[in-house]
Structures are given as structure tokens and as C-alpha cells.
Design a protein around this ligand. Structure first.
Ligand code: NI
Length: 181
């Protein structure tokens, strides 16, 4: 089922999400809907609070991206925590389904170590770099109530304030369904 995507400046996107203790049929269905919603909107990552649920859960699918993503199966991350960051950083232009038509270059650590549970509540610790490290950091930021523009330099942030106001007003027409609450 396609779910409406919540956009800036809905409160659910500003709050830290809650840890998930157990898997349930209801939650499995919700995860399926998150994948359907993300693919419909042509996203490569979606956090649960972007579809209105304050749970520590994100889905990622970069398999349609370049060679880098080609070998990565779709991922479910429950209660993800970044345990280590590389000193090395890189720049990448990010976008966000909750911030339609807004893209900017964000500097982030190029590699991370992340601990998470998968859709069967099995624990994994993975070291990732490249696009996967980038998407995981963006999505885990969402789970902590942080948008990518908060990672921009003060000047870039100031320059983006007009775009953000437009989104907050609902003056946006993305090609996917958004929550207009
Ligand atoms: Ni996003």
C-alpha cells in the first residue's frame, strides 16, 4: 500500500523515534508498505517517520543505482546505531522525499560502522562506505529528527531558507502522494 509522505515541517520528522522491541504481522505489513512507497516515489531510502510513524525503522534500496549499489540487496534497518565514523569525509548531493525539489551538497564521513536489527530481528554489525554509508547516515539522521539541511554550512542553510518555507507552506507538487495535514 502506498503511504503519503510527510514533509517539512511536520513534528513527527523533528522527534527522535522509538526503539522497536518485537516484530509483528502488522509491522511486517508496514515495512512492505514502506518499500512500495519508497519505490513509487523513486527514493533509495525511507525512514518510518517520513510516513508518519515514530519508529526506529528505515528501508534502503540502492540496487538500481550505479555499479556501487548493484550488489546491495534491499535492506531493513531496525533500531540502527552508528558506532564509528571514518575521519575521512566526502561530499555528495543529497535530496529527500520529505523536502521535494531541494537538493544540496552535504559533507559526511565516508565510512561508518552501524549496528542494527534486520526484518527478522537478527542483529548485524556492518562496515559500509560509498553510497550505502551516505544513505544510512541520511536515514538514521531522520530517525533522530534531523534533516540533511541541518548538516549544511550556515551560509548554505541561509540560502535554502526560502525553499524550506515553500515546502512548509505546502507549495509543492511532487509526483508522489504527500501528507497534507
Ligand atoms: Ni530524507
Amino acid at each position: 500500500m502506498i503511504l503519503p509522505i510527510y514533509t517539512y515541517n511536520h513534528p513527527v520528522l523533528k522527534e527522535k523515534t522509538s526503539r522497536i522491541a518485537d516484530m509483528s504481522d502488522e509491522l511486517r505489513q508496514f515495512i512492505d508498505s514502506m518499500f512500495v512507497t519508497m519505490r513509487h516515489a523513486r527514493g533509495i531510502g525511507l525512514a518510518a517517520n517520513q510516513v508518519g510513524k515514530g519508529l526506529s525503522l528505515t528501508v534502503i534500496d540502492i540496487s538500481d543505482m550505479d555499479d556501487e549499489g548493484g550488489s546491495e540487496p534491499p535492506l531493513v534497518l531496525i533500531n540502527p546505531v552508528i558506532e564509528a565514523y571514518s575521519d575521512e569525509e566526502d561530499e555528495f548531493e543529497e535530496g529527500c522525499l520529505s523536502l521535494p525539489d531541494f537538493r544540496d551538497i552535504v559533507v559526511r564521513p565516508s565510512a561508518i560502522q552501524v549496528r542494527f536489527l534486520d526484518g527478522d530481528m537478527k542483529e548485524h554489525v556492518r562496515e559500509v562506505d560509498g553510497l550505502m554509508a551516505r544513505v544510512m547516515q541520511h536515514e538514521i539522521d531522520h530517525l533522530n529528527g534531523i534533516y540533511f539541511f541541518e548538516r549544511l554550512s550556515p551560509i548554505r542553510k541561509t540560502l535554502s531558507s526560502g525553499k524550506l518555507k515553500r515546502i512548509a507552506r505546502g507549495d509543492i507538487e511532487p509526483e508522489y502522494e504527500i501528507f497534507r495535514g
